[in-house]
Design a protein around this ligand. Sequence first.
Ligand code: ADP
Ligand code: DP6
Length: 330
Amino acid sequence: MRAASQAQPNIALVKYWGKRDAALNLPVVGSISITLESLWTRTDVRFVPGHKEDRVSLNGRSDEAEGKRIKACLNLLRERAGVDYGAEVASRNNFPTAAGLASSASGFAALVHAGARALGLDLSLAEQSVLARRCSGSAARSLFGGYVEWAHGTLADGTDSVARPLLDAEAWPLRVAVAITSTAAKQVGSTEGMRRTAETSPYQSAWIDTQETDLGVARDAIRERDFDALARIAEYSCLKMHALALAAQPGLLYWNGATVECMHRVRALRQQGVPVFFTVDAGPQVKAVCAPSAIEQVKAALRDVAGVLDVLDTALGEGARAIVPEAVEA
Ligand code: ADP
Ligand code: DP6
């Protein structure tokens, strides 16, 4: 009753922000993302018949708050399998946790992928995507690699709010430079940020009304490998999501000074003809997506920005997959 899995974070190009059902974690809008390659979560799950408690270690530490969210996810798996065994979970991220780099996406995708196998559940990736979505929305997308769309769905039970692959990573191998401007955990998590936005931002309905058009534009850009079109729609969706959240009360300001400077730097590069665009999630890091030929120039430009602590570099990667348990602590 033991299995281990690896999953990578994904970065949304057309953003998810807002829930139509908080209990089932159903989004008000669909979203489109790219799955990364070199950032990862590795998770080892073992169910122990007769044990009532869960023992959870994240990055080598047990933490009650993290334990609760992971336990809620284990409960969904146990419910599906019809068992009540306690679990031992050890998980590790090779990048900062809860800092706007989508650790919740890779974390819950890896947990569902490993946990389902440990319980002998024969679930398709789509079924795992539905379960992962209930633990963290963006995790629905990390089951799949490359370019991925998560549908908002229309059914009340959420069974059609599932992610699906749009295009393999190798079919359009873009690169991503990630400028780290702070490794501190964010003050307002995505779940709370979305709740506050829906309750107080006057732009919420405009956000929902315009998303279908954005998804269509991004889908076309991906199908046609049209970098300029993808750059325009991705920056637009990112800035629109932040405008929506900035207009909440109190306003959600996820950026620091270096975040803004990096965005200017990316736009300056694009004006010089470098194929690159930015996107920023609920945190201060800037992800610069570019053609493979531009990656060194983009990394150098971001490293040069005052306040940038580090610049990671990744290709696009695959979805969740099985690994040997020993790889988690290796
Ligand atoms: P991020 O921007 O990194 O996704 P969030 O605040 O949205 O930040 O999510 C962070 C939360 O995701 C953590 O507090 C924890 O509950 C969960 N998480 C992160 N890493 C893992 C992991 N490896 N396994 C399980 N859950 C994880
Ligand atoms: C800004 O998936 O972390 O990264 O569903 O409440 O766990 P919960 O939120 P989460 O939110 C991600 C928000 C985002 C945009 C995106 O990934 O689409």
